[in-house]
Design a protein around this ligand. Structure first.
Ligand code: PLP
Length: 379
């Protein structure tokens, strides 16, 4: 058996998505900027896709801009908001994805902003009082706080953060890469100015994503050199990627309730079996709490063992694809910045298992068995 439990890294593309993309890889090859028939076919595929995405997310088509993925979307939104609004202070957390963290740190290095970090509680959740204090001392900040953490799965309350940001006149950006296509968003009622999405996290193709930019936010162009994306991002569009992105989101919304129930059951089964089989096992962050974590992510904290460095390798040999990385040991620059930030013990092993609609209960049984065997040998 070969098990793929690394769906927070990327998900397998849905066959229905491939089917929707095929005409644009084969016969519909026109450049969407061309005014002839071939160009118009491509243009209308893009605009239909934009409308599908906007309708599903509670946005208008004019608020959706295609990018090469989540990283580009986060980089562009943060840099452009700082530039466009003359923002001099940024607020983020130490457990953001590097697409956010490194972008904010780079702006600080360039002397454009001063950066502050929101305190986290012992489970890795945002301390909202600390956020409010930072906003009180620094109104008109750029706030970048993710919807859900990709390593430990903790969910933030977009609406509550949005309310605070609006009270203190802050621009609010959220990295929603791990929740788009997994939870229903109503962007027209949430007080968030801009978010990022990436198709390959919800069974779409890699290399395509989007930014939602609320009509309330007026930002400058991101990439110069063409009038595509209403002058915001130059460059010939990834037509088949855009079509695949829209189809993947459509399927995600169509089947969301059933998939959420199924995936949560796979996760719960794995939690139950691991708790039963491995003494001293724990779960990093708040990922064992179904109310406050992604149903797709389980970050397991394993007992101390000299073989923990080999954990992912041993799992791979046993037929299991997962990811992880324990907290950084002091002085070392490797390991997970997220686990370090939440104070995880670096001598304990950490594995992130992440699930999709394609996973089964049998796979959870298999993984629990293999991990328990590894631990009975190594501890
Ligand atoms: N943000 C989060 C939370 C992610 O999990 C990822 C992907 O790992 C990204 C951003 C980057 O997305 P992409 O791979 O589309 O650049």
């Amino acid at each position: 058996m070969r098990v793929y439990f690394d769906n927070a890294a990327t998900t397998p593309i849905d066959p229905e998505v491939i089917e929707a993309m095929m005409p644009y890889l084969r016969e519909q090859h026109g450049n969407p900027s061309s005014i002839h028939w071939h160009g118009r076919q491509a243009r209308s595929a893009i605009e239909r896709s934009r409308k599908t995405i906007a309708d599903l997310l509670g946005a208008t088509p004019a608020e959706i801009f295609f990018t090469s993925g989540g990283t580009e979307a986060d980089n562009s939104l943060i840099c452009s908001a700082v530039e466009s609004y003359g923002i001099t202070h940024g607020i983020t957390s130490r457990i953001e994805h590097h697409a956010v963290l490194h972008t904010m740190e780079n702006l600080e290095k360039q002397g454009k902003i001063k950066l502050s970090f929101v305190d986290l509680d012992e489970k890795g959740h945002l301390d909202m009082a600390s956020l409010e204090k930072l906003l009180q001392s620094n109104p008109k900040s750029l706030v970048s706080l993710m919807h859900a953490n990709n390593e430990i799965g903790n969910l933030n309350d977009l609406d509550a953060i949005g309310e605070l940001c609006s009270q203190y006149d802050a621009v609010y950006h959220s990295d929603t890469v791990q929740t788009i296509g997994h939870y229903k968003h109503t962007l027209n009622t949430t007080k968030v100015h801009c978010v990022a999405g990436s198709a390959h996290k919800f069974h779409g193709p890699k290399g395509i994503g989007f930014m939602y930019i609320s009509n309330d936010l007026q930002v400058q162009p991101f990439i110069h050199g063409g009038s595509q994306e209403r002058n915001m991002r130059g460059g010939t569009e990834n037509v088949y990627g855009i079509v695949g992105l829209a189809k993947a989101l459509e399927i995600a919304y169509r089947d969301m309730d059933a998939h959420q129930k199924h995936v949560q059951a796979v996760k719960d089964r794995l939690i139950g079996l691991l708790t039963e089989k491995i003494d001293g096992i724990a779960f990093n962050g708040d990922c064992a709490n179904a109310e406050r974590s992604l149903y797709t992510v389980l970050n397991v904290c394993l007992p101390e063992s000299p073989d923990n460095d080999m954990l992912l390798f041993n799992l791979d040999i046993a037929g299991i694809s997962a990811s992880g990385g324990s907290a950084c040991s002091s002085g070392s620059n490797v390991g997970s910045h997220v686990l370090t930030a939440i104070g995880s013990n670096p001598s304990r092993g950490a594995v992130r298992f992440s699930f999709s609609k394609n996973n089964t209960m049998e796979e959870a049984d298999f993984v629990a068995e293999k991990l328990a065997t590894l631990y009975s040998v190594t501890v």
